[in-house]
Design a protein around this ligand. Structure first.
Ligand code: C2E
Ligand code: CA
Ligand code: CA
Length: 603
């Protein structure tokens, strides 16, 4: 019979059945083989007893022994666990080791108890107990049964521990000790907003790469560990996950307050900002957070996606801050993703073309140069203006490719015009923030024009005010200086739309200022815009900077600008952007004829 039981139990272990189920069955079968005894198994963890199986004992009995410490006076089981050897108590009523617990056993008619420690290696992992209804110890058969059972339990427990250990490794991030992405996916899948409201925060470390690059990977690891411990101190060790790299997730249960998510994000940002020591360096952790609340019957996956969109948005627009998902955020981003995809495809299929809008002298309307503007030809042959797709230049990759594509076309077209002897002074090319951040812009531009044989004095790069004044978070002054020292000219685009201050021009000088269309639109006598434009023109001239007014659509605007001292303009009044052949024709007919020495060069 024992052999049969042994086989059944080993089979269950091999099948990977849960430990509780195996031990429970073992107890039941043992009670069948050895009638008149009650069997119980307690596990021992960190010196405390926990019921594992006791199918014939009432629940209150098990509840009462849960968490009891092992010790020299702790009943049969606690004492056996403490002494690491079997303990036989033949009279519970009088044995001092049972004095505190006898009232549990005696009312059930259990008067004697024999407990045997179950060892895993050198450690007591559990105890195996026989309760008797008579004052006696075990007989020979019972000894053999217990010997076999203890052995089986030891195998089952050891295996269970190994499984748990492996599970822990699978679901734990080695560097931080936090639950990892696999664990996060499991927990996320089980969330249900109908049961309790929840939300999710995605925390992204901003300066990890910088710390890795400047202080080394040990410091980077230290930064990750710091963020992990500060975030989990607030989010809770079971609800804070490291998803990988520099990204963490926190599941926030919101029974308490509807604004819990926002508050948690603010707390995390402020706790992160304190300096920490990472591998001997002082680092100020910086992070950006995106969050989303679970809607009424929203799938967890959708909530995660929303939080992802919010994080993406935050990283682009408000680094170092928290952005919570809201309807509309998704559509704006979808629009951008679509633009990025469209432009990427158009670049790959050579459907991006340089068009040229003339820049004219306002006095005689002769063409002094062009601004190159990107146009996208759709697969159906339509020509789309840049305003419809220039969102795509927020993607660094697309922006760099677009610039390269435009530079190459402009260089080729200019070489042709110069070869044809057309009176061309300069062409302006628009740059994106990513171009200036890339670090090799000057080399890129120089090599393109050198290869085409176009002198750099014919080239202008246009940089918008927001990029120029470092809203991208980096210093472009050095890059601008490099460009100018190679002989290129730099135009400050969209002047007046952002934070431009003329004092900036003293630290990072430019050659040309392009006054934004919004000012041109407001040029009416006595409108304050006119005074501002006049002031800008005046100061610019004193600094040796040329001024171009953009978006001129009416003769009156051109006349007033001329009055205010603005010599150059650009706008539909003169011409829209046209393709390269039409641009050549315009140059041939209206190009500014070479100036005679001594003639005013105010333009
Ligand atoms: P931007 O650099 O300020 O270019 C001027 C925009 O104003 C052009 O629109 C031009 O067609 C338009 N425009 C010119 N005159 C008038 C006018 O009198 N009235 C009106 N209503 N509009 C006028 P476009 O070509 O759609 O370009 C929009 C923006 O896209 C540009 O603004 C520039 O920031 C960007 N962009 C265009 N081409 C490129 C490019 O090759 N590279 C990069 N990075 N950005 C480009
Ligand atoms: Ca421009
Ligand atoms: Ca502009």
């Amino acid at each position: 019979m024992i052999l049969e039981l042994q086989n059944a139990i080993l089979e269950m272990i091999a099948r990977g059945e849960p430990l509780e189920k195996i031990v429970d069955l073992l107890c039941r079968e043992v009670e069948v083989i050895a009638p008149d005894i009650v069997c119980s198994v307690l596990s021992v963890r960190d010196g405390l007893l926990h019921p594992l199986a006791a199918p014939s004992l009432p629940p209150h009995f098990s509840a009462a022994v849960d968490n009891l410490p092992a010790g020299p006076m702790s009943g049969s089981c606690g004492t056996a666990a403490f002494l690491k050897q079997p303990v036989v108590v033949t009279d519970i009523a009088t044995d001092s080791r049972w004095s505190k617990y006898k009232d549990l056993a005696l009312p059930l008619g259990l008067v004697a108890c024999w407990s045997t420690p179950i060892m895993v290696g050198e450690r007591v992992a559990a105890t195996f107990a026989f309760y008797f209804r008579r004052n006696r110890g075990p007989n020979e058969t019972e000894k053999r049964i217990v010997e076999a059972s203890v052995h089986l339990c030891s195998i089952a427990i050891e295996r269970d521990e190994r499984l748990r250990e492996r599970e822990k490794l699978t679901y734990t991030d080695a560097l931080t000790g936090l639950p990892n992405r696999a664990r996060f996916n499991k927990v996320l899948a089980g969330l249900d907003n109908a049961i309790s409201p929840w939300g999710i925060l995605l925390v992204d470390i901003d300066n990890l790469k910088l710390v890795n690059d400047t202080f080394g990977h040990a410091a980077g690891d230290g930064l990750i560990q710091t963020v992990a411990s500060r975030a989990s101190a607030l989010g809770g060790p079971d609800s804070t996950f490291r998803l990988g790299g520099d990204e963490f997730a926190i599941i926030v249960y919101r029974e308490n307050a509807p604004d819990e998510l926002e508050r948690m994000a603010a707390d995390i940002l402020s706790s992160l900002s304190a300096a920490c020591h990472c591998a001997g360096h002082v680092v100020f952790p910086k992070a950006t957070i995106g969050g989303a609340l679970a809607g009424a019957d929203e799938a967890p996956d959708a909530v995660l996606q929303n939080a992802d969109l919010a994080l993406y948005h935050a990283k682009e627009r408000s680094r170092g801050q928290y952005v919570q998902f809201a309807d509309g955020l998704g559509t704006a981003l979808t629009r951008r993703f679509r633009a990025i995809r469209d432009v990427g495809l158009a670049l790959a299929q050579a459907r991006i073309h340089a068009f040229y809008q003339p820049i004219v002298r306002l006095d005689n309307r002769q063409i002094v140069g062009f601004e190159a503007l990107a146009r996208m030809r759709t697969p159906s042959g339509e020509i789309v203006a840049a305003a419809h797709f220039h969102e795509a230049t927020k993607d660094a990759q697309v922006a760099a490719e677009l610039t390269q594509c435009m530079l190459e076309q402009v260089a080729r077209d200019m070489r042709i015009w110069l070869d044809d002897g057309l009176p061309l002074q300069h062409v302006g090319v628009n740059l994106s923030a990513a171009d200036l951040a890339g670090g090799n812009l000057n080399e890129r531009i120089c090599s393109v024009f050198e290869e085409a044989g176009v002198p750099l004095k014919h080239v202008i790069v246009e940089v918008t005010e927001s990029v120029y004044f470092g809203q991208g978070g980096f210093d472009i002054g050095e890059e601008i200086r490099r460009l100018r020292s190679s002989g290129l000219r730099v135009a400050l685009d969209d002047f007046g739309t952002g934070y431009a201050s003329l004092t900036h021009l003293l630290t990072v000088p430019v050659d040309i200022i392009k006054i934004d269309k919004s000012f041109t639109d407001r040029l009416r006598p006595l409108d304050p815009a006119a005074f501002i434009v006049e002031g800008v023109i005046d100061i610019a001239h004193k600094l040796g900077i040329r001024v171009v007014a953009e978006g001129i659509e009416e003769n009156a605007q051109a006349a007033q600008l001329l009055d205010l001292g603005c010599a150059l303009g650009q706008g539909y009044l003169f011409s829209r952007a046209v393709d390269r052949d039409a641009a050549a024709t315009l140059l041939r007919n209206y190009g500014q004829v070479a100036e005679r020495p001594g003639q005013s060069r105010r333009a």
